[in-house]
Design a protein around this ligand. Structure first.
Ligand code: FAD
Length: 416
């Protein structure tokens, strides 16, 4: 069914039974041309672009829980392309451009809100670093504007702008095309569009092992719903990528950490841009429902517990209140965490693995929501053609052997 104002009206008049489910719940087939492991945004986007860009529709996405229940449904929804190096700029800008037309492309409102993102400079050193960063972005053809202290004050008047503040604000820089998108809607939109093109999304289907041929190449997976054969397999499992890699017999330079976020009770519109303070680690935006969405650094020890430590929760609140003191009057409603896949150079890995017929998309760490469209696009390309997409070429696993790292630690936004 095509969603439209007319369909909404028809649905309102004819009752709930007139709506068809957004995607099917099929039984697994014994064999698919391609299997994608993980029904987060990256896995679902991969399946969609396999069908849409390459005409490969005999595809299954295998999800051990429910689709969008991993980091895709737990993140703070910020999208941007303000990275430093040309390779990353190209990758993330391609993604942001796909986001800009995604609602229409998927016929699903992903609630993209390009309200801009401001990075705060708390020192002369920050100002110098940010002018270098903004200039690099402009040379890469991406919008960036340096802001004076007064311009920051006008954009976010609730900030603590006192010169006596613990973290004084001297200025900053903004990417006006950055913003937020509704995370669930991105997963649901890709799922619905992939399903409509014939992709099977198999939930409650955990991958527990790989079957191999005589040359060591993968020929299928062992799952909680039985064995399934496939010609090629893609992994898009974020914080559990290294678990799956180990099942396939290789290791990844990935460490898994909990990253937490929280929301306050809703309040009237008070902040119409995203504010990130690299100095304190805190970042804040206001959701469409009115909640203040707060995030900050990673937990300092590796973990698979989707909770996050109390010490970090306290740290996030202290940092947020240092820059927005009036938020101390808001009550906290919810706190949660996801397991992110952190790589030494804070850049993703997209391409072949040492195992024949097995490909991977991982290492997005704390910033892969913004990368969902391009992550899916480029993993689909290598799965379909066997060759890495030109945007993904610098982001191969082999860079950890050659030493050609792309260190985006600063632009990753969150200290790691
Ligand atoms: C608190 C928090 C805030 C964040 N904020 C932002 C942000 O503002 N902007 C941004 O760009 N990024 C952000 N991120 C990062 C972003 O959420 C992730 O990089 C991105 O969602 C990863 O998407 P994915 O599809 O790869 O992973 P996921 O959405 O985690 O999907 C992977 C799926 O694989 C499944 N899986 C794992 N193992 C198996 C198995 N053995 N068999 C079958 N299925 C399996 C999981 O159940 C999961 O559903 C944040 C992350 C967190 C946790």
């Amino acid at each position: 069914m095509k969603y439209s104002a007319l369909a909404l009206l028809r649905g309102a008049l004819s009752g709930p039974d007139s709506w068809s489910p957004a995607w099917r719940s099929p039984e697994p087939k014994p064999e698919y041309e391609v299997i994608v492991i993980g029904a987060g945004g990256h896995g679902l986007a991969t399946a969609y672009y396999l069908a849409r860009n390459h005409g490969i529709r005999n595809v299954a996405v295998l999800e051990r829980g429910w689709l969008g229940g991993g980091n895709t449904g737990r993140n703070t929804t910020i999208v941007r392309s303000n990275y430093l190096f040309p390779e990353s700029a190209r990758l993330y800008e391609f993604s942001l451009r796909l986001y800009e037309s995604l609602t229409r492309e998927l016929n699903f409102n992903i609630m993209l809100s390009q309200r801009g993102l401001i990075l705060l400079a708390h020192s002369r050193h920050d100002l110098d670093a940010m002018s270098r960063w903004a200039n690099a972005m402009r040379m890469n053809g991406i919008d960036a504007e340096l802001l004076s202290r007064d311009e920051v004050a006008a954009a976010a008047p609730l900030l603590n702008l006192s010169p006596e503040a613990r973290f004084p604000i001297l200025g900053g820089f903004t990417q006006r095309r950055a913003g937020t998108a509704r995370h669930d809607a991105v997963a649901w939109g890709y799922a619905r569009a992939a399903d409509a093109l014939g992709v099977d999304i198999l939930q409650n289907c955990e991958v527990r092992g790989f079957t191999r041929d005589a040359h060591g190449g993968v020929t299928g997976v062992e799952t909680s719903r039985g064995p399934i054969r496939a010609g090629r397999i893609g992994i898009a499992a974020a914080g559990h990528s290294s678990v799956l890699a180990r099942l396939a017999g290789f290791s990844l330079p990935v460490t898994s950490y909990a990253l937490q976020a929280m929301v306050t009770e809703p309040t009237k519109p008070a902040l119409d841009t995203v504010v990130l303070s690299p100095g304190t680690g805190a970042y804040v935006s206001q959701s469409d429902k009115g909640e203040m969405v707060l995030g900050a650094s990673l937990d300092l020890f590796p973990s698979y517990a989707q909770r996050g430590s109390f010490a970090l929760t306290q740290g996030i609140l202290a940092s947020t209140l240092a820059i927005f003191p009036s938020f101390s009057r808001l009550r906290l409603m919810r706190q949660w965490a996801g397991i992110v896949d952190v790589v030494h150079d804070s850049s993703p890995i997209i391409g072949p693995t040492p195992v024949p017929n097995l490909f991977i998309n991982c290492g997005w760490g704390t910033g892969g929501f913004k990368g969902i469209p391009v992550g899916g696009w480029t993993l689909a390309h290598v799965l379909a053609t066997g060759r890495s997409h030109e945007l993904a070429e610098p982001f191969q696993l082999e860079r950890f052997y050659t030493g050609r790292l792309i260190d985006e630690a600063a632009a990753a936004g969150i200290a790691h």
